[in-house]
Design a protein around this ligand. Structure first.
Ligand code: ZN
Length: 130
C-alpha cells in the first residue's frame, strides 16, 4: 500500500500540474479564438498552424481530464489501485505518471480498445468514479 505522505505529495504535483495546464489551455483557446477573425484561405500556412494548435489543445484537455480524474480517485481514497482490475499500481509507475489510475496491463488493453474504436466500458470496472 502507498503511504499517506506519498499520496499527499502526488496530490500536490497533480494540483500544480492542473493549474499550469489550466493557464496553457486558456492561452491556447484565446489564440485560437483570435485567429478565427483572420481571413484564412485554403492551403494557407495559418491553417496548418491552427490545426496544430487545435491538436495540442485536445491533448492538453485530455491530460487535464486525466488529472481531474486522478484527484477524484485520491479524494475517494482509492489512489494506487487499478480502476479496472483492482490490482495495486506500483509506486514507481505513480512517480513517473502521477495521474495514472490503471495498471500498465489495463492501460495497454484500454488503449488498444480505444484505437479499435471500441468502448472499454468504464461502468464495469472495479472502481468506477463518476
Ligand atoms: Zn488493472
Amino acid at each position: 500500500m502507498l503511504d499517506a505522505q506519498f499520496i499527499e505529495h502526488n496530490k500536490q504535483v497533480l494540483i500544480h500540474e492542473q493549474e499550469r495546464l489550466h493557464e496553457d489551455i486558456q492561452l491556447l483557446k484565446q489564440t485560437l479564438k483570435n485567429e478565427v477573425d483572420v481571413d484564412i484561405e485554403e492551403g494557407d500556412p495559418e491553417i496548418i498552424e491552427r490545426e496544430k494548435s487545435a491538436t495540442l489543445l485536445e491533448a492538453l484537455e485530455a491530460k487535464m481530464a486525466a488529472i481531474e480524474h486522478a484527484l477524484k480517485i485520491i479524494a475517494a481514497d482509492q489512489y494506487g489501485i487499478c480502476e479496472r482490475c483492482g490490482a495495486e499500481i506500483p509506486k514507481e509507475r505513480l512517480e513517473v505518471k502521477p495521474e495514472a489510475t490503471l495498471c500498465v496491463k489495463c492501460q495497454g488493453e484500454v488503449e488498444r480498445m480505444l484505437r479499435r474504436g471500441m468502448n472499454p466500458q468504464r461502468t464495469r470496472w472495479h472502481f468506477p468514479v463518476e
